[in-house]
Design a protein around this ligand. Structure first.
Ligand SMILES: C[S@@+](CC[C@H](N)C(=O)[O-])C[C@H]1O[C@@H](n2cnc3c(N)ncnc32)[C@H](O)[C@@H]1O
Length: 280
């Protein structure tokens, strides 16, 4: 792993001169399996104590669900129309750290024929399974939640070539830098040839902020860009989330490609896809 020279703080205001210092304290030296396991167990313990509701997974800010989904939808639509021109395609997404399936239910299932969910906290995943079940009248054969994986991202490897979009929202802060990089490197193989990651995350003004309660870190834009570089990922599109309360972190949406092509489709193909992309 490359050295991360960013300084940062924790949720109690303690300062770290660089990320190495923080990681050494939190997960120990490289290869210290026990300390790293404790880091992940504390996080899971925190989320196990949280109610399986929109308010719960959004830390008491349930009301940001609406602007969040609206911002994500605009971003997703622009990507789909540029990158996935043919509405005949069978589109498949993966919702990472899905929680109760909020993003799947409110967004992904309207655009993708199949959505898989991966989430390590079983009561969240069970809530997702229930709310996305046929009994709740939500899915049809054409757009359904297909697979539910109860695994943390640092241990998850997606099936090869299955996904058009791998959506990672508000969960990558749980992963240490080395697991972040190895997750994305492994998960690249899960993308179809034209597939993309969408990473939607809180952004620190500079360096990083460690949250001692849920054992997550909020990284700055430069910190993320350094990690993308280590993953061999390129920013295809980037957008700021609008309409959140001032007291919250800024939020960015990154569409990440495994190659550096800016646009994969010519103008002719772009014209074709001005059609709405919603699965009805
Ligand atoms: C802030 S919630 C966001 C949930 C969902 N992405 C959403 O936007 O509604 C954070 C989620 O990350 C999950 N999580 C915690 N540790 C994780 C890990 N190691 N790998 C994947 N997800 C994790 C939590 O259980 C929780 O569901």
């Amino acid at each position: 792993m490359q050295k991360m020279e960013y300084s940062g703080t924790d949720s109690e205001g303690r300062e770290f001169k660089n990320a190495e210092e923080m990681w050494r304290e939190e997960i120990g030296e490289q290869g210290n399996v026990q300390k790293k396991t404790e880091w992940y167990q504390k996080a899971i313990g925190y989320w196990q104590g949280v109610e399986a509701s929109v308010d719960g997974v959004l830390g008491g800010y349930g009301f940001v669900n609406e602007p969040d989904i609206k911002g994500s939808e605009d971003f997703l639509k622009s990507i789909l129309s540029e990158r996935f021109a043919s509405s005949q395609q069978h589109l498949v997404a993966l919702d990472c750290g899905s929680g109760i399936g909020r993003v799947t239910k409110n967004l992904l299932l309207r655009y993708f024929n199949e959505v898989d969910l991966v989430e390590p906290v079983s009561h969240f995943l069970e809530a997702a399974r229930t709310s996305l079940s046929p009994e709740h009248g939500f899915i049809s054969d054409d757009h359904k939640a297909a697979n539910f994986y109860c695994v943390p991202l640092q241990e998850f490897t997606p099936n090869e070539g299955r996904y058009d979009i791998i959506w990672v929202q508000w969960c990558i802060g749980q992963l240490a830098d080395d697991d972040f990089v190895s997750f994305f490197k492994r998960a690249k193989a899960g993308l179809k040839p034209n597939g993309l990651f969408v990473l939607k995350e809180n952004i620190a003004k500079s360096g990083f902020v460690l949250d001692n309660d849920d054992k997550s870190i909020t990284r700055s834009d430069s910190y993320f860009k350094e990690l993308f570089n280590q993953c061999g990922l390129y920013i295809y599109k980037l957008q700021d989330q609008k309409g959140f309360p001032q007291e919250l972190f800024a939020v960015k949406m990154y569409a990440l490609a495994t190659d550096s092509r800016k646009r994969t489709r010519g103008s002719r193909q772009k014209q074709q896809c001005n059609k709405p992309f919603i699965i009805k």
